[in-house]
Write a protein that binds this ligand. Structure first.
Ligand code: SF4
Length: 686
């Protein structure tokens, strides 16, 4: 029976759209879910995953008690062991011998505290996050261009634009409610055009007036060509450039030297795109993982931003580059310095004044002077024993990091692995020395920041499962046990929120974008609210010391792994509509599994014929570090010699479908983000 009491206002725990949800618990562990009509991200809409949230709050698979070596124990034993082993490792080998690997699924208050413990008290910057796999190239690109990791616009810009260009984004499946908003806006505005730039035709392409199926990794060449076209057609905004931007001449020169040969599209399609973009004042260029997950990811982001800066089409209604994040709190994590190369509140770890201010605010005994290890490097350091103790929170790197079999081997051989998670059945949990049961969506309380800078609450409407505890509470307890009693003496997430708000005021004194000083200090009165106002940069005001944005000179670089006789096919990876990450939650909804019930590989008909693969046959994909067996889905949606496979299936749900065992651990030298969409593999009938 569903309660007649007022619904609990909370936020969906899946993607970066950050939809508001109304939860009506039935008092018996169940809950009815509807969209929140008053939330500015979704205005009542929900997608298939959000609608099925009520089917995923049961205890199936939940970790209910702390465990040491696979045996149940109590919290005191478990946390004493964690604190002692971390303290002993630091005493014996220094602060950089330990690491935290955290998650864009954590709430901001959890994330803040993990960052404070590692950077301010342990004294290492070895805390990185699965956001490294998601948005690190955007962070790097925005910091290079703007001086801070600032998203200039918001969701309404997509509705107000006359042209929306979706680059490396299957918005229809990965950000479905934002796609619904875009589709509705296009239906209401007959002048609106949509262009989809993606090597693969997706459900998103079906909305597009033009689909550019460019070769993987050729985005810089495309946007360099666009920059040249902007200049040739006299559409550079000289007034904006003179007042607010540096680097135009060098960026244009580099663009003129670049070649479009890598694009592998027709001249007609290319020119149609160029003409549309150049002639449309109100243009938003939306980009996502196809841009970010690349060895040239940061350059791709800057190539897009270059075109918006050159035309002054930024920070005004219906205009600007716009990054959509994968995870519900990828932005919140960036705000608290969850990445190994950042400090809280968009302050810079390399800046001594920024370090000193944060250290003073925290009354921290020590602060790291340089960036820590980024995700892929962090697990390499586990493998070669530079890191001897690691705490993994709310994420599943044994399934999601490139060369996942090597990650598993590294953790199995690591001196001390702690995993805190809702589930004890994940591929990563199986490598843990200590398992800590964490509360999940519906049980925990805190804030998240979505893709357009809107901060929303997740609220509690269920009791903690078993003995599970909130992530912030577990982290604070370990901090106290390691000797920092006062600094981690929190009794509620509200106190952490207030501290974060206060720290943002300190950061703002350095002229940073991130400032929550005007947010309510009363946690419970916080309603969904965008920090920084509607838009940045319409009138300049960038965060480099001279107040100007930077355009960067860029050149196309192909993906690092190139097809060879041994591995002749290019493998693209990505999401499906109805599953999320490694399926720990969505895999528990039978309804969600009806859409696509098993792992598959998309193969072009010509490639399938060459290989003798028939529809629905099993296919073996092989890479240097792994093998997968997948169902063949023969389709012209992928290009010849190119394959696509979903990321979601793990040892828990389909052992032969662990696709990240095939992904090569190649990273962007600027952002550290792995090139998850351009590995090379062999394919054969199974
Ligand atoms: Fe949740 Fe994203 Fe779907 Fe909204 S679009 S309901 S945030 S999964």
């Amino acid at each position: 029976m569903i309660s007649n009491a007022a619904p609990i206002r909370t936020t969906c725990c899946y993607c970066g759209v950050g939809c508001g949800v109304l939860a009506r618990p039935d008092g018996q562990g169940g809950v009815a879910i509807t969209g929140d009509p008053d939330h500015p991200a979704n205005f009542g809409r929900l997608c298939s995953k959000g609608s099925a949230l009520g089917e995923t709050v049961g205890l199936d698979g939940r970790l209910l008690t702390p465990q040491i070596g696979g045996k149940d124990t109590d919290w005191d034993n478990a946390l004493s062991l964690v604190a002692n082993r971390f303290s002993q490792t630091i005493a014996g080998h220094g602060p950089d011998s330990v690491a935290f690997y955290v998650s864009g699924q954590l709430l901001t208050e959890d994330y803040y505290l993990a960052n404070k413990l590692m950077k301010g008290f342990i004294g290492s910057a070895n805390i990185d996050t699965n956001s490294r796999l998601c948005m690190a190239s955007t962070v790097a690109g925005q910091r290079r261009a703007f001086g801070t990791d600032t998203v200039p616009g918001n969701y309404t810009d997509l509705e107000q634009a006359d042209l929306v260009v979706l680059v490396g984004s299957n918005l229809a499946w990965c950000h479905p409610v934002l796609f619904q908003r875009l589709s509705a806006a296009k239906a209401a505005n007959p002048h609106m055009k949509v262009v989809n730039i993606d090597p693969r035709r997706t459900a998103t392409s079906d909305l597009a007036d033009l689909h550019l199926g460019i070769a993987p990794g050729s985005d810089v060449a495309l946007f360099n060509r666009l920059l040249v076209e902007i200049d040739q057609q006299g559409k550079t905004d000289r007034t904006y450039l003179d007042a607010h931007v540096s680097g135009f001449a060098a960026a244009l020169k580099a663009a003129q030297s670049d070649s479009t040969a890598a694009l592998d599209i027709t001249h007609e399609d290319l020119q149609a795109f160029l003409d549309l973009w150049v002639s449309t004042e109100k243009v938003v260029t939306v980009f996502s993982q196809g841009v970010n997950q690349s060895s040239a990811g940061a350059d791709k982001v800057n190539a897009i931003i270059n075109c918006h800066l050159a035309t002054g089409r930024i920070g005004r209604p219906g205009m600007g580059p716009f990054s959509v994040t994968g995870q519900p709190n990828a932005m919140g994590g960036r705000e608290v310095g969850g990445l190994a190369n950042m400090l809280a509140c968009h302050l810079d770890i390399e800046n001594p004044a920024h370090r000193a201010a944060v250290g003073e605010f925290w009354d921290a005994p020590t602060m790291p002077e340089q960036a820590g290890l980024k995700a892929v490097d962090m697990f390499n350091a586990v493998a070669d024993k530079r890191i001897k103790a690691i705490w993994i929170m709310c994420t599943n790197p044994v399934a999601s990091l490139p060369q996942a079999n090597q990650v598993r081997a590294a953790l199995e051989d690591c001196d001390f692995v702690v995993v805190s998670d809702m589930f004890g059945t994940t591929d990563t949990a199986k490598t843990a020395d200590v398992l800590l049961p964490a509360t999940g969506w519906g049980e925990k309380d805190g804030t998240v920041t979505n893709s357009d800078r809107t901060i929303s609450r997740q609220r509690t409407f269920l009791p903690p499962a078993g003995q599970s505890r909130h992530d912030w509470d577990i982290i604070a307890d370990v901090g106290r046990r390691m000797g920092w009693q006062q600094a981690f003496d929190y009794t509620s997430p509200d106190e952490i929120y207030r501290e974060h708000v206060a720290l943002s005021g300190v950061a703002a004194k350095f002229g940073r974008d991130f400032d929550l000083s005007d947010f309510p200090t009363d946690f419970d009165s916080l309603t969904p609210r965008r920090w920084g106002g509607d838009r940045f940069f319409g009138n300049g005001g960038f965060y480099h010391p001279d107040g100007k944005a930077r355009m960067l000179p860029l050149s196309h670089r192909p993906p690092v792994s190139q097809p060879s006789a041994a591995y002749p096919f290019r493998l693209n990876t990505g999401r499906v509509r109805d599953h999320w990450h490694t399926m720990t939650r969505s895999g528990r909804s039978p309804r969600l599994s009806q859409h696509l019930a098993e792992p598959f590989v998309e193969i072009h008909p010509d490639t399938a014929e060459d290989l003798g693969i028939k529809p629905a046959h099993l296919v073996r994909l092989t890479a240097p570090d792994g093998t997968c067996i997948l169902r063949a889905l023969i389709t012209t949606r992928v290009r010849r010699q190119e394959l696509f496979a979903p990321i979601h299936w793990t040892a828990e749900f389909a052992p032969s479908g662990r696709i990240d065992t095939l992904v090569q651990a190649v990273t962007d030298p600027v952002s550290g983000q792995p090139e998850s969409k351009a590995s090379t593999v062999q394919a054969a009938p199974y």
